[in-house]
Design a protein around this ligand. Sequence first.
Ligand code: AMP
Length: 406
Amino acid sequence: MKFSDFNFEESLQEGLDSMGFENPTPIQEQAIPIIQNNKDLIGCAQTGTGKTAAFLLPILNKLAKDPTTTINTLIIVPTRELALQIDQALQGFSYFTSVSSLAIYGGSDGSVFEIEKRALTEGANIIIATPGRLMAHLNMGYVKLDSLETLILDEADRMLDMGFVDDILKITTYLPKQRQTLMFSATMPPKIRTLATKLLQNPEHISIAVSKPAEGVIQGAYLVYDTQKNNLIKSLLEGKDLSSVIIFVSTKLKVKELERDLQKAGLKAKAIHSDLEQPEREEVLRNFRSKKLQILVATDILSRGIDIEDIGLVINYDVPGDAEDYIHRIGRTARAASTGVALTFINEYDQQKFLQIETMLGSEVKKIALPENVGVGPAYTPEVRMKKPFSKGKKPFSKNRKPVRR
Ligand code: AMP
């Protein structure tokens, strides 16, 4: 599934494109339609599953479609860090829309309080707030919440642990009774269920666990230019007694090129891709399984379909589309308590995408220095989103597009 399947407003889709979001995560796939149907929702999900975009995108889409000048959505969070993080994600997604937002989290000086007061009086569309600070404003009597449509409680279990339950219940007395309420929590202890029965009406439930790479997989990554990738593969494989190596490559053309290059270097490599007839594919796979063939070069499309589990080395010639794909691929090594190695080649354009995968996995993958004979690779600057140059025939970006740097 792709984000474009949700048919979001163009201005929101543009924000997603410029942030490099293509495929929704499982929680996004499940939660977005429920939220768009105006249902209440309990989502059991941790940070790293993509829950922030799961609740922000349908709300932003609604506001991009029907702009308003009042407070439409209130997001209550336990900490100022989370408030800021959500606000940053929101600013990225909403960059090309006219939706306004403000994070309200206290601890700052009087002038900040005044800015918050203005936003709460004049009506920023989305308010992200910690409970204590919001209560301070509510007690002053100027906050206009009568047009509010959606209340979101994020990291509800942490809010209860931090003793915010009374504040939350108090805050809800200021909100219209007719509203949509969404609650996200990493765990679902009984006290969360009790709170949910008080605040939500006939909620839908979804529960998402973050998948983790199999234990025993040694992961590493190389920062490398595209032009260096074939040399790097050869220097990793030549002269080594390796069996069962899979190299995943993003396009059919590159698969064929790499196959030729490896064969020229005397390596036992064969490619499978959609141009091969079924019997040819099966023969390649049979030889690979029986270890007659050392190296299999495969397109991404086939990565899920190949039913071979016991691989010594997986090489991602390009960064996979998302964390699930990454885990699925590297999961082919290290079956049944053995160890396996998974190496990913990251060019200068894919650094941010790989950082997103690492964030979703909750761990950093070690970056390994290139062998000397391969030369110097690109610097590691994942915070800068590099745009790929356009190849012929591709549509350029619209003129008013500005890059979103976060
Ligand atoms: P969250 O669980 O909302 O804190 O998200 C964890 C990380 O995953 C953040 O860095 C997001 O930018 C990233 N992320 C969330 N959804 C997607 C997606 N569909 N594609 C790529 N990255 C994503």
